[in-house]
Design a binder for this molecule. Structure first.
Ligand code: FES
Length: 106
């Protein structure tokens, strides 16, 4: 298992514990944890509604693909540490990471 955090609008951080051996994406775990991630494209790096800002732990995430970077470039609110949660695999490297949801929600 790995534990990372989601920072809410009011600055509070909530831990999420997730299995690191099931090949899950961060988007899938956020949805399963009842965060309002639309994920309209189902994790294909096409809709960018799973946009997250990485507040801490960026180095453990690996590099974004060109497709992911293109989608982030097209966002109205990109940040220097933006990622698409569907392209981030849950692994031990995420231990202690902190994310802020920035995607469109319903
Ligand atoms: S779920 Fe659509 S880009 Fe991540």
């Amino acid at each position: 298992m790995v534990t990372f955090h989601v920072e809410h609008e009011d600055g509070t951080r909530h831990p999420i514990e997730a299995p690191d051996d099931m090949g899950l994406s961060l988007m899938e775990v956020l949805k399963a944890s009842d965060y309002p991630v639309l994920a309209t494209c189902g994790g294909m790096a096409l809709c960018a509604t799973c946009h997250v800002e990485v507040l801490d732990g960026k180095d453990g995430l690996g590099d974004a693909s060109d497709l992911e970077l293109d989608q982030i470039d097209n966002l109205p609110n990109p940040t220097p540490t933006s990622r698409l949660a569907c392209q981030v695999r849950i692994s031990q490297e995420l231990e202690g990471a902190v994310f802020k949801l920035r995607g469109e929600s319903n």
